[in-house]
Design a protein around this ligand. Structure first.
Ligand code: GAR
Length: 218
């Protein structure tokens, strides 16, 4: 499945997806890495990896509609069938989200629906939760909302600060996003009544729903 990845910065999740997609038989092909900032560090990795890249800054456009139309044009030019948001820090309109309904997925650094929005790790620490984690979900118009494809949990350890917790969660993000992409691009994930059903995703479906093993190396 021809897949575009949208980033705003570092792009470490994008990198995890690009690396996973190199495996023979992986069901997604990365056809575009698009950033809304020319200085997004991830762009350099994408260019060096020989991927098509595009930069669409919001400030080059009069309004959100024309900004999104420019993104849409880049996606179409690349033949995109599936869009992965990977640290893309702009909220997309309901109409854009509807255009890509069930073909647009996002990663968020919390166990949704807890801690939507920004500063998730600070807020998790302030709330005193014992488990943190990350979620990959289909995108709906509400921010950080939509059917959950996969979640990975990590412990909150004594002495954690936002930085140490973010590192532990990020390592889990890099495991679950490639798995989610493999399921979605491999047509093993299906949205039914705003929940995700996994079909043919493994022998023991339940074992895959929390802290799944990393994708097998091939
Ligand atoms: C990741 O932690 C991702 O989950 C988060 O931004 C970071 C991007 O890092 N996304 C959100 O907070 C979306 N609501 P990366 O550029 O290294 O992948």
């Amino acid at each position: 499945m021809k897949t575009a990845i949208l980033i705003s910065g570092r792009g470490s999740n994008m990198r995890a997806l690009v690396e996973a997609a190199k495996a023979p038989g992986f069901p997604a092909e990365i056809v575009l890495v698009l950033a809304n900032r020319a200085d997004a560090a991830g762009l350099e990795f994408a260019r060096e990896a020989g991927l098509a890249t595009a930069v669409v800054p919001r400030r080059d456009h009069e309004d959100d509609a024309s900004f999104e139309a420019a993104i849409q044009a880049e996606l179409e030019k690349a033949g995109t069938e599936l869009v992965c948001l990977a640290g893309f820090m702009r909220i997309l309109s309901a109409s854009f989200v509807e255009t890509w309904r069930d073909r647009l997925i996002n990663i968020h650094p919390s166990l949704l629906p807890a801690f939507r929005g920004l500063r998730t790790h600070e807020r998790a620490l302030a709330a005193g939760v014992r488990l943190a984690g990350a979620t990959v979900h289909y995108v709906r118009a509400e921010m950080d909302d939509g059917p959950v494809i996969i979640q990975g949990a990590v412990p909150v350890l004594a002495g954690d600060d936002a930085k140490t917790l973010a590192q532990r969660v990020l390592a889990m993000e890099h495991r679950i996003y490639p798995q989610a992409l493999a399921w979605v691009a491999g047509r093993k994930a299906r949205v039914v009544g705003e929940k995700v059903i996994l079909e043919g995703a493994g022998e023991d479906k339940n074992a895959f729903l929390i802290n799944p093993p990393s994708l097998p190396k091939s």
